[in-house]
Design a protein around this ligand. Structure first.
Ligand code: SF4
Ligand code: SF4
Length: 129
């Protein structure tokens, strides 16, 4: 399997998204509040990841401009979840920059008594994938 295919499969694994479900209706991009700021729009992420065209997405400002508001996920009639793909591409770049996965043994020292347990569980779920 080529490295392009490997990267595509890894992003699909991390995100849990099946981009082949997309019917290219554009509703995700139509509802995105960061549309004007993003070089690539949510529907383009879905299409480009599906084709294994991931490098331009990694180089793009779009992964940092996305607000993670999940409006694109709410609006999608096929439950594709473009925001999850964007998050997976962003995490891939962060890891290439040398940031590690969140390890369970590092969690206790980050704990703050005021921190809601839900935030801890969410962070662990997100950064341990
Ligand atoms: S999660 Fe990101 S891509 Fe999706 S609608 Fe919000 S800003 Fe746009
Ligand atoms: S809303 Fe869903 S089905 Fe429509 S283009 Fe976006 S990801 Fe594809």
């Amino acid at each position: 399997m080529s490295s392009v295919n490997n990267e595509r499969e890894e992003i699909l694994r991390m995100s849990g998204v099946d981009p082949t479900k997309c019917m290219k209706c554009g509703k995700c991009s139509g509802t995105c509040p960061a549309f004007d700021a993003m070089e690539y729009h949510p529907h383009q992420f879905v299409s480009m990841v599906n084709k294994g065209n991931i490098e331009p997405l990694k180089q793009s400002n779009a992964i940092w401009q996305c607000l993670s508001c999940f409006a694109c996920m709410e609006r999608c009639p096929r439950d594709v979840k473009p925001a999850k793909l964007i998050e997976a591409v962003r995490l891939t770049v962060i890891r290439e920059q040398g940031m590690n996965h969140l390890e369970s043994e590092n969690v206790p020292c980050m704990l703050d008594p005021e921190l809601p347990q839900q935030a801890i569980v969410s962070a662990f779920r997100k950064y341990s994938k």
